[in-house]
Structure formats: structure tokens, C-alpha cells
Write a protein that binds this ligand. Structure first.
Ligand SMILES: *Cc1c(COP(=O)(O)O)cnc(C)c1O
Length: 355
């Protein structure tokens, strides 16, 4: 058995994978593969409707918001958000909390002025800067709720005088959020919600149509809303597997139950890192992520042998991102606490051997 700590595409529930595999061969007894039926068939429309319904239900999405399933990943949203929200000559505010935030703000510069309200770049993003003011004349304020690479997470959101745009790629559905606090939420599915190939977008309808800019159809949220995520052929497989994953989440008790589990999972792992003399956590305690747990070996010579021991124990995907080094344990929703105990036991065994 493998324990998949990979950062993304990340772990999915085993029963979801089994259902997905079956649907590729025979979708709901139609005698056809999910991959060869029309996206406009009643069978697929039911899948998309259910996926949208589950998002609304699990996150308590209020009236006045649209839920979209788009392509292009979170990276396309880096551009699509300013394309639709930032007027020529206007300004957008960004919190620079890591590489993804930085990539997002680079795209916004194609459309208008970008004001970085704060950054933690000088410490290689080991914390999230919180001492700043959000300019009231900005078109929006952009944040990243969980910084996948550095293992930091915003445990509290900032009250904002302007609409908040949030990249939730790596912690959507991992905890309760108040959708009404946001103008736009987007998330590539492949970290915590489904397979690569689809991006969830939740957008407040009344923030649209204010730039005066002409926007090509595929990049225009309005077109996508009017087309019900079917302006063109949607990524049917990725939407189907996301729908299955959301159903799995609902059966587990929804986002609130998941949040409690995720807190418990992260807690035991950070406790071991803090206790174990070999390892050291990367992020400051108050900003530690419950999704991506980053740590390093105090002695860099321990790095390779620890990775080798992990490999022997079936622990995969735990090597840290190249810009941080060390290790990163991504412990998304589908990761059972039993796998975390396997990692903890491995860390203890390694410490015992290297006393
Ligand atoms: C992975 C990730 C991205 C990039 O997602 P793509 O879907 O590959 O474009 C953006 N933001 C965050 C926070 C991520 O974790």
C-alpha cells in the first residue's frame, strides 16, 4: 500500500477512483463510456447539475453567486480575474505570500496597476504578512488562502473594503469558509477536489461588467455563466470525478467534519516535527498549513537517507518543493490519519537510527 503525500495532483479517495474507473467503461448502465457520451446528454447534464449543487450545499453558497467549472487551471484564473475585474488604468491590490501569489500578480499587470500591499519574500515566505492596509480605491484585493509550496495558510481572512479574490486551490473544501466574504473564489481541482483539468470558480455576479472592456467569450465570466459552464465542451471526466469526490465529502459529514479531521491530522504531524530532534518545521507556528506540512532536516545529510526510508515504507511524494527543500507532507482531505501515523513512525524510526 502506498501513502500518497504528493502536493498535486493529490490523493483522491479510493472508492472515488473505483467508481470513476467503472464509469469510463460503462456509465450508469448506459452501455457507453462517460468519455463517449454527449456533454449535452441528459446523463451528463445531471452530473454537472449535481456537481454545482454539491458545491453550493457544501460551502453554503449564498444567492447572487454563480458556480462554474472551467478549464485552464488556477493559472488561467490569474489572468481571467483581472481581465474581468480590473479596469484599464485601475489598480488591484495583492498580498504576496508565495510563488503562486506572485504569478497571479504578474498576470494582473497586463491589465492595470498592481499594488503589493505586503510581502514575506525576504523570509522565503515562511509566514504570511498581516500588517497592511487594503487600498479602498483598488478594484479588488487578491489573496492565496493556502500557500502550497511553503506550507502556510491564512487561518483568518482580512476584512476588506473592496471585493476579495481568493486562490483556494490547495485548501478548498478543507474547512468552513464564508463565501459571502469573497467576490471571487477559484481553485484548480487537482489538490483537494478532483483530478487535473477542471477549475472551480465561485463568483459574485454583481462584481462583473464594470471594466468597460471587451472580453473574448472564453475569457468572459459572463459568457461562462450564461452557458452554464457549457459554452464549449466542458472537461466531462474531471467534472464527473469532482462530483464523486464532493459526494464522498458530503457522506463524511461535509466540510465541518472534514475541518475537524484535518486539524487533528495536522496537529499530530506538527507535534512530531517539533518533538523529533532530526526535523524542523519551516513555517512559523501561527501560519502553519493544515494541508501542506513543510519541514527540513536539521542536518542536511539526513535528507537523502530519510527519503530512502520513506520509500521503503511506501511513503511517496514527500520531497519538498525545490524552492524550499526538505520535505512536504501534503495531507489533503482524502489522506487518512493512518497514513500520517505511518509517516510519524518512520520519522521516529529514523531518529532512533540516527541518534
Ligand atoms: C497548484 C496551485 C496553482 C496552480 O494550479 P494550476 O491548476 O496548475 O494552474 C495555483 N495556486 C495554488 C495555491 C496552487 O496550489
Amino acid at each position: 500500500m502506498k501513502h500518497n503525500f504528493g502536493a498535486g495532483p493529490g490523493i483522491l479517495p479510493h472508492e472515488v477512483l473505483k467508481q470513476a474507473a467503472a464509469a469510463v467503461v460503462d456509465f450508469n448502465g448506459t452501455g457507453l463510456s462517460l468519455l463517449e457520451i454527449s456533454h449535452r446528454s441528459s446523463e451528463f447534464e445531471a452530473v454537472l447539475d449535481e456537481a454545482v449543487k454539491l458545491v453550493k450545499e457544501l460551502l453554503n453558497v449564498p444567492e447572487g453567486y454563480s458556480v462554474l467549472f472551467l478549464q485552464g487551471g488556477a493559472s488561467m484564473q490569474f489572468a481571467m480575474a483581472p481581465y474581468n475585474l480590473l479596469p484599464d488604468g485601475g489598480k488591484a491590490a495583492y498580498l504576496e505570500s508565495g510563488v503562486w501569489a506572485n504569478k497571479a500578480l504578474k498576470e494582473a499587470k497586463y491589465f492595470g496597476e498592481v499594488q503589493i500591499v505586503a510581502t514575506s519574500k525576504e523570509s522565503n515566505f515562511t509566514y504570511i504578512a498581516k500588517d497592511f492596509e487594503i487600498p479602498a480605491d483598488a478594484a479588488y484585493f487578491h489573496i492565496t488562502s493556502n500557500n502550497t509550496i511553503y506550507g502556510t495558510q491564512l487561518h483568518q481572512f482580512f476584512p476588506s473594503p473592496v471585493p476579495v479574490v481568493c486562490d483556494m486551490s490547495s485548501d478548498i473544501f478543507s474547512r468552513k469558509i464564508n463565501v459571502a466574504d469573497f467576490g471571487l473564489i477559484y481553485a484548480g481541482a487537482q489538490k483537494n477536489m478532483g483530478p487535473a483539468g477542471v477549475t472551480l470558480v465561485i463568483i459574485k455576479d454583481d462584481i462583473l461588467g464594470k471594466t468597460g472592456r471587451k472580453i473574448p467569450s472564453m475569457f468572459n465570466y459572463q459568457t461562462q455563466i450564461e452557458g452554464g459552464s457549457m459554452y464549449n465542451t466542458p472537461p466531462v471526466f474531471a467534472i464527473y470525478v469532482s462530483m464523486l469526490t464532493l459526494n464522498w465529502l458530503k457522506a463524511k459529514g461535509g466540510v465541518e467534519a472534514m475541518e475537524q479531521e484535518n486539524i487533528a491530522k495536522a496537529k499530530v504531524l506538527y507535534e512530531e516535527i517539533d518533538r523529533n530532534p532530526i526535523f524542523k518545521a519551516v513555517a512559523v507556528p501561527e501560519d502553519r498549513s493544515n494541508m501542506n506540512v513543510c519541514f527540513v532536516a536539521e542536518n542536511p545529510e539526513h535528507e537523502k537517507p530519510f527519503l530512502k526510508l520513506c520509500d521503503e515504507k511506501g511513503i511517496v511524494g514527500i520531497k519538498g518543493h525545490r524552492s524550499v527543500g526538505g520535505f512536504r507532507a501534503s495531507i489533503y482531505n482524502a489522506m487518512p490519519i493512518t497514513s500520517i501515523y505511518v509517516l510519524i513512525d518512520t520519522m521516529r524510526e529514523f531518529a532512533e537510527k540516527n541518534k
